[in-house]
Design a protein around this ligand. Structure first.
Ligand SMILES: [Fe+2]
Length: 230
């Protein structure tokens, strides 16, 4: 997903990556090789397709957040099953937005206070959408808590510190960074360097300092990975 590619090329690259991801090339899905694992992958793909059909922007954003979250989780050397859960959660973290009204989803300017209140329901809506799929229970937890803050001032539960699932702390950093480096109608994008500095400044308040360290280690340790996805 390099800057400057045509929309078709970008979509093609994204689809290729998604196919590879969902085929589980580098991700040991639960009980791989049996029909349950195959059914699970089909369900995940259906959810991604639903999000793509409803909200193209969020779908693209989620694919990029997944690449970043995987990189952070890899730097933290998490076990394969946790890496898998985090990657799927990153892919589906905003799935609850398919339940938001059009006037919020497609609004080109900043949301009003009342609209924000409604939009803040998307983590709960997302967790409810996938929460009944038994193998996705840990994923639903990450989805529900991806807007919590390290200092407890986030939503929907106001969890703080280590009470927030680690995967949700990782997705939060990846999500915020990706949003910062993307154009919005009402504000210009930040450079990756500027966004990374802003993320670092929020360690200990909005974000888990250990996750921010893993993020910055990834960022500065291998500059090559960022241009490849932005
Ligand atoms: Fe979100």
């Amino acid at each position: 997903m390099k800057t400057g590619d045509s929309k078709e090329e970008t979509d093609q690259a994204r689809k290729g990556w998604l196919e590879e991801f969902l085929a589980g090339k580098d991700h040991p899905a639960p009980e791989r090789g049996n029909s349950r694992a195959g059914a699970l992958l089909a369900v995940i793909k259906a959810l991604v397709n639903a999000l793509e059909a409803r909200d193209h922007y969020t779908s693209q954003h989620s694919a990029q957040v997944t690449v970043l979250a995987e990189k952070i989780a890899g730097t933290l050397a998490l076990p394969p099953q946790e890496l898998y859960n985090i990657a799927v959660a990153a892919l589906l973290h905003d799935i609850g937005k398919i339940g938001m009204p059009d006037r919020l989803l497609y609004k080109s300017g900043p949301l009003t206070e009342e609209e924000w209140k409604m939009m803040k329901r998307h983590p709960d809506v997302g967790a409810a959408i996938i929460g009944d799929i038994p193998l996705l229970e840990p994923v639903a937890k990450i989805v529900r808590h991806h807007h919590e803050r390290w200092d407890g001032k986030g939503y929907p539960a106001g969890l703080a510190g280590g009470d927030i699932p680690l995967g949700a702390r990782i997705v939060a950093v990846a999500d915020t960074f990706q949003a910062m480096v993307s154009d919005r109608p009402y504000r210009p994008r930040r450079s990756p360097q500027q966004a990374a500095q802003e993320i670092s400044a929020l360690a200990g308040s909005q974000f888990d300092p250990a996750v921010v360290k893993a993020f910055t280690d990834s960022f500065w340790g291998n500059n090559a990975f960022l241009p490849a996805i932005l």
